[in-house]
Design a protein around this ligand. Structure first.
Ligand code: KIV
Ligand code: ZN
Length: 557
């Protein structure tokens, strides 16, 4: 893709004194949700008043105490919604933010709409960027600066008519495309007109209306302006980033390092074009760094359900923290590492999170470990072994991971999708525990003779069916496995060898069962397989495992 001079990046600042690269975020910002304005205006089907009320209540319950509810001077629904809030009453600790342009008639209409609210943030804005000044307005810097200053003057004239607390917010819209010196001049002119002081707050919001450069450039702009604002003790520096370059979160995080104290954004990053900064992701990022986000984020599924119902847009399965796949691992190596991480955590009293590939514990945000492992054709044996061990108690011997893992992959390829743990266990049952043909074990009695002079110390009497016909067999050997092996060799004309044997308890208590694993080789063909048996009696479990292995060798493994 070539273009001769069509694009160039917005210039970086010559600002070697920058401090933000060596800062750390240590506390949560003041949060402001713009879901009901920036988010709503970006919907094909905007929310109804009832839906807005539900979303407002959700935002309040999540802990937002500054909520921008709309543009009452420009939209009848937003005015109606605002009046409904004022008349039905809002909690006393919430600041209702309203957006308006710097026009007299909008200021009058907005004052009329906010009557009765206890705390209001009046958010005025005008575009200040080079591009907007030149292409959209054709106005000089002086003329653009006069616009918000006049608006603040008018707000001051009317503020006595409002009974509640009034906070002024000013946004030099398209700030990141504005020369920082000029943006500072406009902001300071606004502040000089508002005269913030104790009990008279101002918010200077520095929007990245369209992302124009890498987040470090935005951070430089924010730090440089924030350091030079007048009345700084009474001014909250706020940021409002969009996601055109896909770095809205990064821009906000670097801006927090650069001194921003407040952030505006939306749930799941809804908003104009590619959206606003996602407040939930930022909140979870803080949480993952050990910082209390100051929002109630412990049930991501409930937030997502409410959001999808009201906004009528799906959350991507790959969305950070919230997406269906956020806590899944398809790759075998990852599954194995996750399984080891959980095992290590179970033994570590510190409680520190140490599970590779999972940034946070899914349980902290209302997700379960059930969704942690999903198996598909690319998954390896580690994930399969993890599922059988953690959900069903079977500790497959290491060599068997390969054998059964390959079988699971064949199934995943055939079905062409991901397998659930029930699918995996179903396959394990049919391949091993229920592999009862042609040989089906019925009963056995074992007679161990330690005082004998005979060649063999064990006599096993077996009852079984072969292709449905019942039969009995007396076998002799040293130990039950050896005796049964010899008996089956003789009776069925097999040439088999036992390569490995292991067993473990499956559960505890009076109903305790044991699982036995036998690795058997058909010496004639060289083929090997595992057989698995379970029983409340370990000898029966091992004989079942041998029958299973013989069946698998005779029927194809
Ligand atoms: O993106 C933007 O610049 C805005 C302003 C109104 C703050 O939404
Ligand atoms: Zn915006």
């Amino acid at each position: 893709m070539e273009h001769a001079g069509k694009y160039k990046s917005f210039p970086a600042m010559d600002y070697p004194q920058r401090r933000w690269p060596s800062q750390q975020i240590t506390k949560a910002p003041v949060w402001c949700s713009v879901d009901l304005r920036d988010g709503n205006q970006a919907l094909v089907e905007p929310m109804t008043v009832e839906e807005k009320r539900k979303l407002f209540d959700l935002l309040y319950d999540l802990g937002f105490r500054e909520i921008e509810v709309g543009f009452p001077a420009a939209s009848a629904t937003e005015r109606e919604f605002l009046r409904m809030l004022a008349e039905s009453g809002v909690p006393d600790d919430v600041y209702i933010q309203v957006l308006l342009q710097c026009r007299d008639e909008q200021i009058d209409a907005t004052f009329d709409a906010i009557r009765g609210l206890p705390h209001v943030i009046m958010h005025i804005y005008n575009p200040t960027s080079v591009l907007q000044r030149e292409v959209v307005f054709g106005k000089s810097k002086e003329e653009i600066l006069e616009i918000p200053v006049r608006a603040v003057r008018k707000i001051r004239e009317l503020e006595a008519s409002f009974d509640g607390e009034l906070v002024l917010e000013y946004s030099p819209e398209s700030f990141s495309g504005t020369e920082p010196e000029y943006a500072l001049e406009v902001c300071n002119a606004v502040l000089a007109e508002w005269k913030p002081c104790e009990g008279r707050r101002a918010i200077i919001n520095l929007p990245e209306t369209v992302e124009l450069n890498t987040p470090n450039v935005y951070a430089d702009q924010v730090e440089w302006v924030s350091d030079r604002l007048w009345f700084r003790d009474y001014v909250t520096v706020s940021v409002h980033t969009h996601n055109d370059r896909g770095t809205g979160i990064a821009s906000t995080e670097l801006a927090l390092l650069a001194g921003a104290e407040r952030v505006e954004g939306t749930l799941f990053g809804n908003g104009e074009r590619t959206g606003n900064m996602d407040v939930l992701t930022l909140g979870y990022n803080l949480y993952a760094a050990g910082i209390d986000p100051g929002l109630k984020l412990d049930n991501i599924n409930a937030i997502m359900e409410a959001y999808e119902e009201l906004v009528k847009m799906p959350v991507s399965p790959r969305h950070p923290y919230a997406g269906r796949f956020a806590f899944t691992a398809f790759s075998g190596g990852h599954q194995d590492a996750i399984s080891k991480g959980f095992a290590a955590m179970a033994k570590d009293p510190s409680g520190e999170w140490k599970v590779p590939y999972l940034l946070i514990d899914p349980a902290d945000i209302g997700r379960t470990y059930e969704t942690v492992v999903r198996i598909n054709a690319q998954s390896g044996k580690g994930g399969v072994a993890y599922v059988l061990k953690d959900y069903y108690g079977f500790h497959l011997p290491k060599e068997m991971h390969k054998e059964f893992g390959a079988r699971v992959q064949r199934m995943a390829e055939t079905l062409g999708g991901e397998l659930t743990r029930e699918d995996i266990f179903g396959l394990f049952r049919s391949e091993y525990l229920e592999r009862k043909s042609p040989l089906h074990f019925l009963r056995c009695s074992i007679d161990d003779r330690t005082d004998t002079e005979d060649e063999y110390t064990t006599h096993a009497h077996l009852a079984y069916t072969y292709d449905g016909r019942e039969d009995e067999l007396d076998c002799y050997g040293n130990g039950p496995i050896d005796a049964v092996k010899k008996g089956l060799q003789e009776k069925l004309g097999l040439n088999i060898r036992i390569l490995d044997y292991s067993e473990h308890a499956l559960n505890s208590g009076s109903e305790a069962q044991a699982a036995a694993y036998v690795r058997m080789q058909d010496v004639t063909t060289g083929r090997t397989t595992y057989g698995v048996g379970i029983s409340s009696n370990i000898t029966r479990a091992s004989i079942r495992a041998m029958f299973c292995a013989v069946n698998r060798l005779s029927g194809g493994v």
